[in-house]
Design a protein around this ligand. Structure first.
Ligand code: SAH
Length: 251
C-alpha cells in the first residue's frame, strides 16, 4: 500500500522538482509513495486570497491567520479514507531526528502544513499531531522542512532504496552512532591512503574497524550522541576514554 504525503502551503509548486527526481521519483512511480500538494489560498474567501494578517500586540511582519489553515487541514484530512497524521513546523518544536522518521514511516498518511512569513497564529498548532523543528536556525518557510521530512521517511519505506539493507546500517541507526568512514577506489589518492584493514578482505576485522571508527567519529563530531548510543561494556569504556581526554576529544 502506498504511503500518502500531502502538503498544504502557499507555494505548492516548489515540491515537484525534488520529489520527481531520483529515489523520491522512483518511489512515486513504483507506488511506494503518493504525493499531493494543496494551495492554502484555495481556502480563502476574499478577492485577494489573503492568508496573513498583522500580529495582535504589534511587531514586525505578518502572521498566517487561522481560518484558511483550519479549513484546509479539515478538508484535506477528510478528503481521503486513510487516517492522517498532521504535521506542523516551527523553530519552536520537537527536534526532528532519525527516530522521528522511523516512527513516521509506520503511518499510512502524513499531512504537512507549511508556514511562511513570521509564522502562524498560535491557535493553528491545536491541529497538530506533531510540531517539528529541523534545527536551531530560521528558514523562510516550512516547505523545505516538509521536503526534508518526506525524504527521510520515504527512504525508509520497504523497497524505496532498492537494496533493502542500505537503510539499516547508517548514521543514527540502529546503534545511535554516526556512520564509519567509507572509501572507494583508488586505494591511494593524492597521498591519502585507505586504511589497510579495509583492503584485507577479512570481514570480521573490517566489521571491528568500522564499529570502532563509528565510536571514534561520534566522540569527535557528536559527543552528545554517545550517552544514548547502544554500546557494550568494552565499547563504553573505550568511548569514555575518548571523551575524558583533556580538552575534550583529542582525535
Ligand atoms: N517567527 C518564527 C519563525 C517563522 S519562519 C520564530 O521566530 O520562531 C516561517 C516558517 O518557516 C515557520 O512557520 C515554519 O514553517 C518554517 N521554519 C522556519 N524555521 C524552521 C525550523 N528551524 N524548522 C522547521 N521549520 C521552520
Amino acid at each position: 500500500m502506498s504511503m500518502v504525503f500531502e502538503t498544504v502551503s502557499v507555494f505548492p509548486g516548489v515540491f515537484d522538482a525534488y520529489l520527481g527526481a531520483s529515489i523520491m521519483g522512483r518511489a512515486q512511480k513504483a507506488g511506494i509513495a503518493t504525493f499531493a500538494h494543496h494551495d492554502l489560498r484555495d481556502w480563502t474567501h476574499d478577492r485577494h486570497r489573503t492568508v496573513d494578517d498583522a500580529p495582535f500586540g504589534g511587531g514586525q511582519g505578518m502572521l498566517m491567520k487561522p481560518a484558511p489553515i483550519f479549513e484546509a487541514v479539515e478538508d484535506v484530512v477528510a478528503s481521503r479514507p486513510e487516517k492522517a497524521r498532521v504535521m506542523f513546523f516551527s523553530p519552536v518544536g520537537e527536534p526532528y531526528t532519525q527516530r522521528c522518521a522511523e516512527r513516521l514511516a509506520e503511518e499510512e498518511r502524513l499531512v504537512f502544513v507549511c508556514g511562511r512569513y513570521e509564522g502562524m497564529d498560535e491557535r493553528c498548532y491545536s491541529l497538530a499531531d506533531d510540531v517539528f523543528s529541523l534545527g536551531d536556525y530560521v528558514l523562510t518557510g516550512g516547505e523545505l522542512a516538509a521536503l526534508v521530512v518526506i525524504d527521510s521517511v520515504v527512504r525508509l519505506l520497504p523497497g524505496a532504496l532498492g537494496d533493502s539493507m542500505s537503510a539499516v546500517d547508517e548514521s543514527f541507526s540502529p546503534s545511535g552512532l554516526l556512520e564509519y568512514a567509507q572509501y572507494t577506489r583508488p586505494a591511494s589518492f593524492r597521498g591519502m591512503d585507505v586504511p589497510e584493514v579495509l583492503l584485507s578482505g577479512d570481514h570480521a576485522k573490517v566489521d571491528a574497524w568500522r564499529r570502532k571508527n563509528a565510536i571514534v567519529r561520534t566522540a569527535e563530531w557528536r559527543p552528545d550522541l554517545l550517552a544514548s548510543a547502544e554500546l557494550d561494556d568494552g565499547e563504553r569504556a573505550f568511548a569514555d576514554g575518548l571523551l575524558n581526554k583533556e580538552g575534550g576529544c583529542s582525535l
